[in-house]
Design a protein around this ligand. Sequence first.
Ligand code: SAH
Length: 366
Amino acid sequence: MAEKTDIRSLMLDELRNRLKEQGIQGFRADQIYQWLHQKQADSFEDMTNLSKDLRGKLAGEYELVTLKKVQVKVSSIDGTRKYLFELGDGNVIESVLMRYHHGNSVCVSSQVGCRMGCRFCASTLEGLERNLKPSEMLEQIYQIQKDLGERVSHVVVMGSGEPLDNYDNLVRFIRLLTDEKGLNVSQRNITVSTCGIVPGIQKLAEEGLPVTLALSLHAPNDQVRKTLMPVANRYPLAEVLSACRTYFKRTGRRLTFEYSLVKGVNDTLGEAQALADLIRDQQGHVNLIPVNPIEERSYVQSDGRSIAAFKERLEKNGINVTVRREMGRDIGGACGQLRKSYMDKKEEGKRVAFLRMPSDDLAGDA
Ligand code: SAH
């Protein structure tokens, strides 16, 4: 049997055309699209203003992708929530909700696993399993919004995976997410983070989507960058930064440069100066991230004094810089670690979803 079409990944005009071919009237497409993206229906049965007959027809023709909430952990410090979702094929992904003054922000995963191999990152330890579909990226936000009972206004594609390694699905996801007939998130409130895939950056610059691009820099030169990020062997910094300049020129959006500080690897004052010199002409913003150590690697977080000195040196050079607040410090781990600990436990055959921490004030199985 042919695979059913993933209806939540269709744009409204695509849906309309398909329904038309089936002899279904145009206004039905609008109704269905609203169920999919505004009312965020979990089943065709929920679409109560459609006839039973039509709902049956849809179910026969289309797949309605939904994510199952497996676990939620809530920080008692800042209200950050970490979610584990199960996909239709049994894979598990991680998403994070962060509460800010300016609104609710969700960090979404773009792939199951990752093949980029960054040395300090837990998401990549077991390689890439598969790309996420647009519907599976949307559903992370939809399910969180329903769970929270509040609107999500900001989205960062900074969870597991390399978004530009899943380019077409990423762009479709952004178009659906920002559609005024969908959740209608402002394009300016979306950030896509990349390890620096040059053709992807160049292509995104031409999409006519003014989203913020965050570049994971992590080093001021290729030599150090290669020790942390295998992708640096493929795309040298000069090319990456040139693509970033193009991105700014084409979109008018200032870039964010992410720099994870690793003790003894990339955190000297000389490196701060080299970083300032490297990006001086870019009018970007630097986000310093104290590296979050993972069990499998021996990297250590820079100490507070080095972080402050690094920041000060950038500021003296006129660079706009912030140190990332560690959100949800009490609920554990760097990107991908939550999923990994869950998968490890599953593999051991234990039915323990998570080790419970004293700070687990809510959480609980879904
Ligand atoms: N693949 C994309 C997005 C995913 S990771 C990218 O590389 O940008 C989001 C950010 O978190 C990246 O800057 C990544 O390098 C960083 N990161 C991953 N693991 C980390 C860790 N253990 N400590 C600090 N930063 C980490």
